[in-house]
Design a protein around this ligand. Sequence first.
Ligand SMILES: [Zn+2]
Ligand SMILES: [Zn+2]
Length: 285
Amino acid sequence: MRWTNYHGHCNYCDGQGRIEDYVIKALELNMAAIGISSHAPVPFTTDWTMPGDKLQAYLHEVDDLKEKYKGQIKVLKALEVDFIPDVLSTAHESISSGELDYTVGSIHFMDQLNDGTHWAIDGPADEFQLGLKEIFEDDMKQAVLRFYELTREMIRTAKPDIIGHMDKIKMHNKTFNLFDEKEQWYKDEVRKTMALLAQEGVIVEINTKAFYRPELLFPGPEHFSLLKELNIPVTINSDAHHPDKLINGFEEVAQMLKEAGIHHLHEFIDGKWQAVEFEKEGILL
Ligand SMILES: [Zn+2]
Ligand SMILES: [Zn+2]
């Protein structure tokens, strides 16, 4: 049994290590496939997205490694693409011209601060609090509603293959207790969004990046039964920013999915996404 990971970074963005370091580690772990999905460039400055002038080199480097390791491991060319209305999406020419194997679509930005800066929702706590105050007058419910509204707009207008960390907006809840995830309005938003994902056939990743610290999954295990009920395609991704994190928490999460009645993961095989049975040790290839 072998693992795959379709969401991972490298030193072209905020990941540590060269792309090849991730491929070598994946080979050591006997993985069947490794997808490289750096943060796509955005047309403004951040300290975590790929600079725009590095995109072509990135695409070529993944192509070269794909060729170099052919027959040993499947190396896949992808990007994690932000959805920023009128600014960037998977439909943007800079993305569609990259001949990617697939895309991960994620919401990291929501609207703009008073000085015009795009507000990053998964940054440091002080940045989060500033945006919450300036854009939403400290009304967390409105911020959460906006997050899911943007998510659904992304699915409708620039559908990615995989949706990245679909309930990321809860990230700061663990520390600040900003809203109650058990309230009906919140459950309704998640269900509405999941229903659209199901309808559009978008794969929901179980993002394990924070599984051990601070013990978070995106989406959280409380939503696994909904994934099952709506028959949503699922895969397990580590969102690795270091080669040592390639299969972070996979065994535990696989077990949790099985307990929720989910028995297939979506895997990229022969150029298309296919449902494959799995055990807690990996997929049955
Ligand atoms: Zn992300
Ligand atoms: Zn990521």
